[in-house]
Design a protein around this ligand. Structure first.
Ligand SMILES: [Zn+2]
Length: 431
């Protein structure tokens, strides 16, 4: 008996209709007709099947701050808006409620894994578990005090306890997140890296996001950010670096040599006017590139289809070369490369791969006529065409309806926080 059977889905590359059998979260059969019975069957006529997305860099609970400080550059946006509001509001309740909104959005747009970085991730874990989505729970580490800890030492000891709590969770895994070279000292990075090696967990950090960061790093340490981390000995194949917009040739060699991963966030980099990462060059050098949206307050959404469509067009545009990146490469980066970066065998519609899948409704005017399903998914489709989402064999959304979360609760929660945050901003503005 199968756990799940998908009937008559259109395979994008071969353009044939197939049945897909899933057991224990894994794809066990793909063929034209499966007659075996299943506990649950999803009819997929008129739908394309693709792997789901891996959003490799986000701060999902920041959905509660979406739309604030809309047109500011990174440092102004952080210092004048985000850090002020976070100082006032961030709490387990904020993280839990923000995660509810963000995870609902992520599922609706076809994501089944996200790598988060924030505070009170245990509150996020609760919602992720309820939603049935995969999440890298990133324990944020800074040198300055927040509600989580008062000193780097305290952050690190709490991080160690956090790792113990989540190490053996099914779809969740703990990750250490020293925030960036401008908020963490060399010593903090070294200690975090030591713990990561000891506990066998990933490091997730921000690197070389803006020119200003590079300049400050050069002034303080006499080295550029990647060079700085390399010289500290904290780059390795379990290190995931978000942004990596501003690098030079030698730094790129260091990334390649250590096996560190690049988490590309093109839309956030454009919106905050940070720049455009040299992704084509990274790929040419054999650097492992994944894709992320960044937080929903700097993007301003968690839409991976929009992100990958933007990525591929940016690479064509800045390189003045239509072959700089192809649609299928963009899809691979947004799915398989993300899962692979954290050791999950998913991101392909193939027997033996974990069943992290989406069904996409192509019976719509903007998707027709259907000649080249892969190119049209990348260039013509909208994430609202994503109809069904499956994570490790479990259906999280079917025919546009969330199965594990309640959309009414999501909207109610958003309204509650909007009122609270607007009241605070009003008081601050009036006094
Ligand atoms: Zn970020």
């Amino acid at each position: 008996m199968l756990d799940l059977l998908i009937k008559k889905a259109l395979l994008p590359d071969k353009k044939i209709l197939v049945d897909i059998g899933i057991k224990d979260g894994v794809i066990v059969e793909i063929c034209q007709e499966i007659s075996q019975e299943a506990k649950h069957t999803v009819r997929a006529e008129g739908k394309l099947i693709f792997p789901s997305f891996a959003n490799m860099h986000t701060h999902i609970s920041m959905s509660l701050l979406r739309g604030l400080g809309a047109d500011l550059p990174l440092m102004d946006w952080l210092q004048k808006v985000i850090w002020v509001l976070e100082g006032e509001f961030v709490s387990p309740e904020f993280v839990k409620d923000g995660a509810l909104i963000g995870i609902a959005e992520a599922i609706r747009s076809g994501t089944t894994l996200f790598m988060d970085m924030y505070f009170f991730e245990e509150a996020l874990a609760e919602v992720a578990q309820r939603a049935g989505i995969r999440a890298g729970l990133g324990f944020g580490i800074l040198d300055f005090p927040t509600k989580v800890a008062k000193s780097p030492k305290e952050y690190l000891s709490r991080a160690r306890a956090f790792i113990k709590d989540y190490k053996n969770s099914n779809l969740l895994f703990p990750v250490l997140c020293p925030h960036a070279v401008y908020t963490c000292s060399p010593d903090t990075y070294k200690k975090a890296y030591e713990i990561a090696l000891e506990e066998d967990v990933y490091i997730h950090t921000h690197v070389a996001e803006t020119q200003q960061e590079v300049k400050a790093c050069l002034e303080k340490y006499g080295k550029r950010p990647v060079e700085h981390l390399y010289s500290l000995g904290v780059l390795g194949d379990k290190v995931l670096m978000a942004h990596v917009v501003w690098t030079e040739g030698e730094e790129r060699e260091m990334i390649k040599a250590t096996g560190a991963k690049v988490l590309h966030c093109p839309e956030s980099n454009l919106k905050l006017a940070s720049g455009i990462a040299p992704i084509r060059d990274y790929l040419k050098r054999g650097i492992h590139v994944c894709l992320g949206t960044d937080g929903p307050a700097s993007n301003d959404n968690l839409d991976m289809l929009e992100e990958l469509s933007l990525m591929v067009k940016l690479q064509k545009g800045v390189n003045l070369d239509a072959k700089a990146m192809e649609a299928k490469t963009a899809l691979r980066i947004a799915a398989e490369e993300g899962f692979k970066a954290v050791g999950i065998k998913a991101g392909k519609v193939e027997v033996g791969y974990e069943a992290d899948l989406i069904l996409v409704d192509y019976k719509k005017p903007h998707f027709q006529p259907l000649y080249d399903p892969i190119a049209q998914f990348v260039y013509s489709a909208k994430s609202s065409d994503i109809d069904t989402v499956i994570c490790k064999g479990r259906v999280l959304m079917e025919k546009g309806e969330l199965k594990t979360l309640d959309q009414e609760e999501v909207l109610f929660t958003a309204k509650k926080w909007k009122d609270k945050i607007e009241r605070f901003l009003m008081d601050k503005f009036l006094t």
